[in-house]
Design a protein around this ligand. Structure first.
Ligand code: MSP
Length: 501
């Protein structure tokens, strides 16, 4: 069965920024890694287009909601190209198949006795599209705010409810029986204490606006946008017609701000509809920009398109997953991006490749020398590398995977300096060639395991290494390349940049 991996679907109230690119990038690297390992993947992303927040944004732009959604959704689709994402599908919640899936799920929940009609009265934050209890709020200048900083307003209207209160025990046993259902563990504990404190029934419909999926048989209600949005993960795999082919999802990647919806509401909805919960939900941290919270009002939103234009796509992809332990918050700075590009990509890795390949041109007539005897010290760093990377990526620890790779690159740099193959040409040419062959083998491993992180540059490096197309998989690393393989002239792949002040 293919590995089904998802990103959140993005609100179309505003154009994409670096935070959105980050969540999808993480899934893209996993998807590319598993494909490299020869596995089948279904990688889904898309846009979340209903609800009051989007309805208001459309009104502010002076456009009919559908037209507004079409435009902003296209910007998110374009981002997948800008960032080199390899998603297999792109879902929009305004598609008719999604309305049908939501209504089918609703009917199933209703038939199973989990929905009742009542009256909602309480606090709601349109920015978060979330309900809050009084004791979660703080007050400033007469305005009440949710913990996220979003202002809340009092809502009073007829509403359908989902009997969430009945699911606390079942959720707790789900978390207990599957310790890696929510990662990282710190976040899992937050969810656990929230559920242990008791759950209230959830309002799942609204009557005060109309931009949403209509409740079956009661069209004066539209569904709560989170019930609608979460259902996208089912719609995309054919629900209600073919629900079992890809379900359950292997991984929902989300930001920490939307963990509660994914780890509490979603498994409860699914279990109530007799469907299995996903296998894992991973909540990553948030980026700040040069130490400041990223926000439109502060005017410091990082535009991924401009960033990629300035630094190049692969350095940006690399930096985002290298800089911060995945799961924690992190700070974006142009200085750290430049430092890593210069020191790690251009110097440590790029120079290693360039020196090795240039020496092979000169000392080996641009041909790959024979197989290297596995006696050199750094072979231990390289041979088990793919397995170590796989282990780290299986638990979404991108920074650990990259740390393993760069430890091996550092070892290879120590090796080339110690062995000085440039000098061996005169003193011991056979050994000189063996050293270069060993370095070539190592570079092939590095470029292969880095392909999911930096697909374009690593494809160029594999070209320079002369690796045939059909040998660019993890499995192919076990087979040495034939001696005599022609090596094209090398060119540097990473350009250093001036450090910003
Ligand atoms: N539409 C909902 C998700 C529904 S999923 C069924 C939503 N959309 S969002 O556009 O507001 O955010 C989507 C993702 O972007 C979240 O995972 C969020 O954490 C991420 N980020 C938004 N700003 C971010 C940062 N500054 N840093 C890192 N990620 C951030 O929520």
């Amino acid at each position: 069965m293919p590995r089904y991996l998802t990103t959140p679907i993005y609100y179309v109230n505003d154009k994409p920024h670096i935070g959105h690119a980050y969540t999808t990038l993480a899934v893209d690297v996993l998807a590319r890694w598993y494909r490299l390992a020869g596995e089948e993947v279904f990688f889904l992303t898309g846009t979340d287009e209903h609800g009051q927040k989007v309805e208001r944004a459309a009104a502010a732009a002076g456009l009919p909601p559908q037209q507004f959604c079409d435009e902003v959704s296209q910007a998110f689709r374009d981002l997948t190209t800008t960032m080199g994402f390899s998603n297999d599908a792109f879902i929009r919640t305004t598609e008719p198949r999604h309305h049908a899936a939501c209504q089918a799920l609703w009917r199933r929940l209703e038939a199973n006795g989990h929905i009742y009609l009542g009256h909602y009265e309480g606090w709601y934050a349109v920015r978060d599209e979330a309900f809050y209890a009084e004791d979660e709020l703080t007050e400033r200048d007469g305005v009440k705010y949710a913990p996220s900083g979003a202002p809340v307003a009092w809502v009073k209207e007829p509403s359908y409810f989902f009997r969430l209160s009945a699911w606390a025990d079942k959720l707790l046993s789900l978390y207990e029986s599957r310790p890696d259902f929510i990662l990282p563990l710190g976040r899992r504990n937050e969810v656990l204490s929230f559920v242990k404190a008791g759950l209230q029934d959830l309002s799942i419909s609204r009557t005060s606006f109309s931009w949403g999926v209509k409740v079956p048989d009661d069209p004066s209600h539209v569904m709560y946008v989170w019930l609608d949005a979460l259902t996208n993960y089912l719609t995309a795999v054919g629900y209600p017609n073919d629900p079992t082919a890809l379900w359950p999802a292997e991984l929902h990647m989300v930001g920490k701000d939307i963990l509660r919806f994914h780890a509490i509401y979603w498994p409860a909805f699914l279990m109530a509809a007799d469907l299995p919960p996903p296998r894992r939900i991973f909540a990553h941290g948030w980026w700040t920009n040069e130490g400041q919270k990223i926000s439109k009002s502060l005017g410091n939103v990082i535009d991924p398109v401009a960033l990629v234009e300035e630094f190049g796509l692969d350095p940006v992809r690399y930096f985002l997953l290298r800089e911060v332990p995945f799961g924690q918050d992190g700070d974006f700075s142009r200085r750290s991006l430049t430092l890593r590009l210069n020191a790690e990509l251009a110097d440590a890795f790029g120079n290693l490749a360039n020196r090795t390949l240039s020496l092979l041109q000169r000392n080996s007539d641009a041909m790959l020398p024979g197989e290297v005897p596995p006696d050199s010290l750094w072979v231990e760093h390289v041979s088990g590398l793919a397995a170590k990377v796989a282990q780290a990526l299986d638990v979404q620890q991108f920074h650990i995977a990259l740390e393993h790779i760069f430890a091996a690159i550092r070892a290879a740099n120590v090796h080339i300096t110690e062995q000085a193959p440039w000098a061996l040409k005169k003193t011991d040419p056979a050994r000189g060639l063996a050293v270069l062959r060993g370095l070539h083998d190592a570079l092939r491993v590095f470029a292969t395991v880095l392909t999911p992180f930096m697909p374009t540059t690593m494809a160029a490096m594999l070209d320079q290494l002369g690796v045939p197309d059909d040998a660019r998989t993890l499995a192919a690393l076990a087979t040495p390349l034939p001696a005599g393989l022609a090596l094209p002239p090398p060119a540097p792949l990473f350009a250093k940049r001036e450090l910003p002040a």
